[in-house]
Design a protein around this ligand. Structure first.
Ligand SMILES: *Cc1c(COP(=O)(O)O)cnc(C)c1O
Length: 393
């Protein structure tokens, strides 16, 4: 295994398993889980995460057909659902690989039916229902029920499931989510009256898994919580303990003494008021490290906090190491993760910079290799610059 000397993101696959088991304790027996690994597993690398989850899940959910194919090309055989809209030009490939599309218009269903018949097979679909996101989905009314019945009647179409998505399940007040759930359940009744049975009924994202047991139904879609990140500060961490999966590690490249009056980085937004020791870290917003941490965030060096001085550049930034002994080239730096008693979580980065936790992990760049750990040992890596997986699992 190559050793990375500039920056890498350790990905703790044991924590993925821990988080999944932790969530499963909230589910009634018989409620199944889809592992949501869209956006390359929220920036963690979809394939190793999916493989770690495989014993615990019914299948996977992704955003695009390309993401579904990546899972399959790496040996994942469980069902994969595409949560967004799949373009008609991709139906041939979708059906050939038995990928499940989200469907909510007659035209989509008709084209899928025609392609399924051409391939002399059937396509399993999940109806998307719009109960409040106003994003995709059919309306939960009589017209919607009629549409579902017409879709069901098409040759080569098998309705395997139906889902809706909560807009506000991560809030303290669950009233809005409850209204969405009621609409969903009412629509299920309407469908039944039309002779449409839904084998897999699913509504819940992580927040609903953690705090809305009424919404679990047949299947839940676990995303952010798999990665050990609480959906929001309004969701309680107590009932479903989670462990962070992603870290971010780097190494000092340079240390110098600044005189009082010296300015740091673009715009000179920080001026030394006295002599200080400053270390340069070779990571920047070009790696997805949030620029909004400029002058606000900190890193850990030898287990101690070193605050960020001035603006974060594309590829480097500076931190105050005054009073931290033994800092020089190659000294390890933790941008996210634990060192001794100190820990920087993605929630901390969100709070410090005013960003969004989902976006921070998804936005970690291609210059940052992901290094996979199991039982404290490195079991593989994903190097996006080579766009190649090495030795994993
Ligand atoms: C992303 C997504 C999820 C997962 O949400 P989390 O908050 O990450 O658990 C579930 N369902 C749909 C439709 C999604 O788009």
């Amino acid at each position: 295994m190559k050793s990375y000397t500039r920056v890498y993101a350790p990905i703790d696959l044991d924590a993925v398993v821990y988080n999944m088991k932790s969530m499963k304790q909230k589910l009634a027996p018989g409620t199944e889980v889809l592992g949501v690994v869209k956006a390359d597993g929220y920036g963690h690398g979809a394939v190793p995460v999916a493989k770690a989850l495989d014993p615990f899940v019914k299948g996977y959910a992704v955003a695009t057909i390309q993401e579904a194919r990546i899972l399959q090309k790496h040996g994942i055989v469980k069902p994969v659902l595409i949560l967004g809209v799949t373009h008609k030009s991709e139906y041939e490939e979708l059906i050939r690989h038995k990928i499940r599309p989200a469907v909510f218009t007659y035209n989509q269903a008709l084209s899928l039916s025609e392609e399924a018949c051409r391939q002399n097979t059937a396509v399993r679909i999940h109806l998307a229902l719009d109960t409040g996101m106003s994003r995709i989905g059919m309306q939960p009314d009589a017209e919607g029920a009629c549409l579902a019945a017409r879709i069901q009647a098409l040759k080569g179409i098998e309705i395997e499931g139906m889902f809706t998505h909560f807009a506000r399940a991560d809030e303290l007040d669950k009233a809005a989510a409850m209204r969405q759930l009621e609409q969903y359940l009412e629509f299920v009744k309407l469908l039944k009256a039309q002779g449409v049975e839904i084998p897999w009924k699913h509504c819940s994202n992580s927040a609903a898994i953690m705090e809305l047991p009424q919404a679990h139904l047949d299947l839940v879609r676990a995303g952010i919580s798999i990665y050990g990140i609480c959906p929001s500060d309004e969701v309680s961490q107590e009932q479903v303990p989670l462990k962070p999966v992603m870290g971010l590690k780097s190494f000092v490249t340079y240390v110098k003494t600044l005189k009082a009056g010296a300015q740091v980085s673009y715009g000179g937004t920080f001026t030394a008021t006295e002599q200080m020791q400053v270390a340069t870290i070779p990571v920047g917003y070009g790696d997805g490290y949030p620029r909004n941490l400029s002058g606000k965030g900190y890193v850990l060096i030898h287990g101690r906090k070193a605050r960020i001085l001035g603006r974060i550049c594309m590829d480097q930034f500076m931190v105050d190491v005054t009073g931290i002994p033994g800092v020089g080239p190659d000294t390890p730096v933790t941008l996210m993760g634990r060192e001794d008693d100190e820990e920087i979580t993605v929630e901390d980065l969100e709070r410090l910079g005013g960003g969004f936790r989902y976006e921070i992990v998804c936005g970690l760049g291609k210059r940052v290799p992901r290094v996979y750990l199991q039982n404290g040992k490195v079991t593989g890596a994903k190097d996006y610059f080579d766009d190649r997986y090495e030795d994993f699992l």
